[in-house]
Write a protein that binds this ligand. Structure first.
Ligand code: AMP
Length: 287
């Protein structure tokens, strides 16, 4: 596996290898890699000749300095894991190379309804930061395919919309959420859960699955949301922030919709002590 820390090194490598019929797949991450990240890398490896995985803890998408500071950093182990699955290139840029003084990397995009709800309303500026870093990385890597996790459902929609608005030559591929055996969505933050919170955390996925069943049986969306929130609230270690059943393409609420859309997703965010967990499930339609 090649390891590059500088933009010019990565560019030189990619320019050399980009010949006829070779595609580059790209997996941006913030490190502390687990099987969820690796499933994106594996998908890219299966579909492209070259796979670049980046590790960059992007300061512009954190709302709280303490969250950024506490974000787990395990570069040695990450590189071992990437090498083990056969990743072609690991790219670990410095902040000064990603955001050089004198370069305006800010993006002024209108995401319409996509960044106004859920993670967008709870974490102001978060998605601007995400769009900024992904755009900057795409500018550097110029991949044909960009692999994003379903785990961050709203994020993959926003990145798709960004590639559409900027007319980028990159296609976004969304990869299903990788889960622990008990259903908890894999996340770098899971290692910070207390034992008691970890024991209750699978309730998120169980509640999402039950919501799907309830919708299939014809229960009203508002009633399911209400039921789900109160179910999550019953767990002593969990404090639900939202449980929203929305149109999976616009993220608009379904409460006032005359008929149900083709794709419906339930998204939830829950505090477990100091750790914020998110998860989602498509209740109707395909990824
Ligand atoms: P992060 O390092 O948290 O920024 O995540 C990097 C990429 O991995 C994002 O596209 C995430 O959606 C994706 N990802 C994180 N956790 C999972 C998971 N459990 N299953 C699938 N993809 C994931």
């Amino acid at each position: 596996m090649y390891l590059f820390k500088r933009v010019d090194q990565l560019r030189a490598f990619l320019n050399g290898g980009r010949t006829n019929n070779r595609t580059v797949g790209f997996v941006p991450t913030m490190g502390a890699l687990h099987q969820g990240h690796l499933s994106l890398v594996e998908r890219s490896l299966a579909e492209n000749q070259v796979t670049v995985a980046s590790i960059f803890v992007n300061p512009t998408q954190f709302n709280e300095a303490s969250d950024l500071e506490k974000y787990p950093r395990t570069p040695g182990k990450d590189l071992e894991k990437l090498a083990k699955v056969g990743c072609t290139v690991a790219f670990l840029p410095e902040v000064s190379d990603m955001y050089p003084p004198g370069l305006d990397t800010n993006l002024e995009l209108d995401f319409g309804t996509l960044d106004k709800t859920m993670e967008g309303s709870e974490r102001p500026g978060h998605f601007n930061g995400v769009a900024q870093v992904v755009n900057r990385l795409l500018e550097i890597v110029t991949p044909e395919y960009l692999y994003m996790g379903q785990k961050d459902f709203q994020q993959q929609l926003i990145v798709r919309e960004m590639t559409r608005l900027l007319q980028l030559n990159t296609q976004v591929v969304t990869v299903p959420t990788a889960r622990e055996n008990d259903g908890l969505a894999m996340s770098s933050r899971n290692v910070r859960l207390t034992t008691a919170a970890r024991a209750q955390a699978p309730t998120l996925y169980q509640t999402l699955q039950a919501a799907k069943e309830r919708l299939t049986k014809g229960e009203k969306v508002a009633d399911i949301e209400h039921w789900a929130l109160s179910t999550l609230q019953q767990e002593t270690e969990l404090r639900p922030e939202y449980f929203s059943i929305v149109d999976a393409d616009t993220l608009l609420s379904l409460n006032s919709a005359a008929s149900l859309p083709e794709r419906i997703v339930a998204c939830t965010a829950v505090w477990a002590g100091e750790i914020r967990l998110i998860d989602n499930l498509l209740l109707q339609g395909k990824l």
